[in-house]
Structure formats: structure tokens, C-alpha cells
Design a protein around this ligand. Structure first.
Ligand code: STX
Length: 313
């Protein structure tokens, strides 16, 4: 069970430069242990449910919408929007908003990617690392989900993902989507954004779940999600191939927890397994009956146990 719904006790916007205003909010106990929540996508934004992963009596909880998505502006903007821009934003939020020397870092899916990138860049700032649905943004992971692999499990939904792309361009789906998501015609952008977003939201739970399928159906949210994700993926996350595993030795002294669903189709368990081997200090939980979503029962139980543990320890 998640903690009760709460409202922020403070919120504001970080002026990140080049026109980017990054929305942030603080929840819970101002004197509690600092934690930052990193959302998925990239481009998905935070939701009120994310506040409920942390005991509000014991945590000072920072949530923020990454550049170009959620309540951050300009919406769907992919200029000056890279992994390293986000890592720099996290550092400023730690110091200027949380006012903390160290913090617990929590991230799922793309949030796990960003959490690892941040922790490898600033290991001394990380009190503990809690990551779920491990995504290392390697080429093989992108091809699995956006080109061929997941298509073998969801041929019906794959057909809908392919629909906006003419057959002649289907040899590189990410490039074909990029053309449409960044093109001149707003209607084409929107059609592509919805098809891209639906593919992801319809394949993330173990069993079909209407609550997830309705997510991100608003035009603005779908545009931000699809444009930002696609931008990061055609640029390989602005990282070297395999960089997060290569540099995992920097995590050696950081305690933490890895939570992964066995039947996660979006970010398959192979990456979590590789991280487990490269970061032996972390507890590793392979949940036998779950997919990708953070609120599937087996995943949620492990995440809440982890945040509970690092509130005390
Ligand atoms: N994207 C992985 C990711 O971060 C490749 C992600 N996948 N689905 C989501 O996020 C939502 C549940 C936020 C739609």
C-alpha cells in the first residue's frame, strides 16, 4: 500500500537557462531525510502517485518535471535538453531547493538511467540509490522495444505503432518517428506522438490495465513524451555505448536496491541483471509476476520496503 495522498508544502521553478523553467515541489517533512524522485520517459513528468512512495513523516521529498515535460516549460522542447543538462539540474535542485549535502536518489525506468548517470557523476552526493525497471539505454535495448523484439510479443499493438510510418521507412522506426515528431505539420506531429505513446503505455503492465492505457492520452502530454523520448533515443542518450555499466565501479560504495519485473517488456531484465553484477553492493529483487509499471503489486511492495529502509538506515 502506498502512503496517503499528499500536497506539496512548497513549489517553484528553477531557471535552467536557454528558456527552460523546471517545475519542482517539496512534500513531506521539511526536517526529514532528503530524497529526490526521478520520473520516467524521458518526457513523462511526475504524477501525484509518485509522492506516495515515501513516508511523509520521515522524508523531505523533492519531485520535479524534467526539462520540457509535465509542468516545466516550454513544453515538449528538445533544445538544450540532454542527459547532462538534467544531471546539472539535479545538482542545482539538491543544493538550491533541498539544501542537502547528500540525498537518497530514486528512479524507475528512464528514471533509473538518469539516477545512474547522476550517481556515477556525483557519487559523494548519493546517500542511497533505489532503482526500478532498469534501463541502460544501450542500442540493443532501444532496438528491442522500438524496432524488433517486443514486436514478437505484441504483434497486435505493434501494428498500431507501425501505422503512421510508410512501409519503405520501417527499417529505422526511431528515425522515421523523429521526422514526423519534429516536422512542420502539427497534425502529423500529434498523430505520431499518440501512436508512439500508446505503444509504450499499452505494453508496460504484465496484464492489460485500462488505467495505464489511458495515461498520456492528452495531446500536450503525448507530444512532450514522444518528442523528448525520441530525441534522447536517436541521440543514444548522449552517452557512449555501454557507458553506465562501464562506469558502474563508481557506485561501489553506494548502498541501494534494484527492483525488476521478470516480464518487463519495455526494459527487459537482462539490463537489471547486468547492473546487479556490476554493482554487487545493491540488493537485487527480480519480481516473478510483474512487468514494467511501478505500481504493479510485487514491484510496489519492494519499492516501499526500500524507501522505508533508507528512511532509517
Ligand atoms: N521508456 C522507459 C520509461 O521510462 C523507454 C517509461 N516507460 N513507460 C513510462 O516510462 C511511463 C509509465 C511513464 C509511460
Amino acid at each position: 500500500m502506498m502512503y496517503p495522498a499528499i500536497e506539496p508544502y512548497a513549489h517553484g521553478r528553477l531557471d535552467a537557462g536557454h528558456g527552460h523553467q523546471v517545475y519542482w515541489e517539496l512534500c513531506g517533512n521539511p526536517a526529514g531525510r532528503p530524497v529526490v524522485f526521478l520520473h520516467g520517459g524521458p518526457g513523462a513528468g511526475c504524477s501525484p502517485a509518485h509522492r506516495r512512495l515515501f513516508d511523509p513523516e520521515r522524508y523531505k521529498i523533492l519531485l520535479f518535471d524534467q526539462r520540457g515535460c509535465g509542468r516545466s516549460t516550454p513544453s515538449a522542447c528538445i533544445d538544450h535538453n540532454t542527459t547532462w543538462d538534467l544531471v546539472a539540474d539535479i545538482e542545482r535542485l539538491r543544493s538550491e531547493v533541498l539544501g542537502a549535502e547528500q540525498m537518497v536518489v530514486f528512479g524507475g525506468s528512464w528514471g533509473s538511467t538518469l539516477a545512474l548517470a547522476y550517481a556515477e557523476a556525483h557519487p559523494d552526493r548519493v546517500r542511497a540509490l533505489i532503482v526500478r525497471g532498469i534501463f541502460l539505454l544501450r542500442r540493443a535495448e532501444l532496438l528491442w522495444f522500438y524496432q524488433e523484439g517486443a514486436s514478437w510479443l505484441f504483434p497486435d499493438l505493434w501494428e498500431k505503432y507501425q501505422a503512421p510510418i510508410p512501409e519503405a521507412e520501417r527499417g529505422d522506426m526511431m528515425a522515421a518517428y523523429r521526422l514526423r515528431l519534429t516536422g512542420e505539420d502539427p497534425q502529423t506531429q500529434l498523430e505520431a506522438a499518440h501512436a508512439w505513446t500508446q505503444w509504450e503505455s499499452n505494453t508496460i503492465t504484465l496484464l492489460p490495465d485500462p488505467a495505464h492505457q489511458q495515461a498520456h492520452t492528452e495531446d500536450a502530454a503525448a507530444l512532450a513524451f514522444a518528442r523528448i523520448e525520441n530525441h534522447y533515443f536517436v541521440h543514444a542518450g548522449f552517452m557512449d555505448e555501454g557507458q553506465l555499466l562501464r562506469d558502474a565501479h563508481r557506485l561501489a560504495d553506494i548502498p541501494g536496491v534494484i527492483v525488476q519485473g521478470r516480464y518487463d517488456v519495455c526494459t527487459p531484465a537482462r539490463s537489471a541483471w547486468a547492473l546487479h553484477k556490476a554493482w554487487p553492493r545493491a540488493d537485487f529483487h527480480l519480481v516473478p509476476d510483474a512487468g514494467h509499471a511501478f505500481d504493479e503489486p510485487g514491484i510496489l511492495a519492494r519499492l516501499l520496503a526500500a524507501t522505508d529502509h533508507y528512511a532509517r538506515d
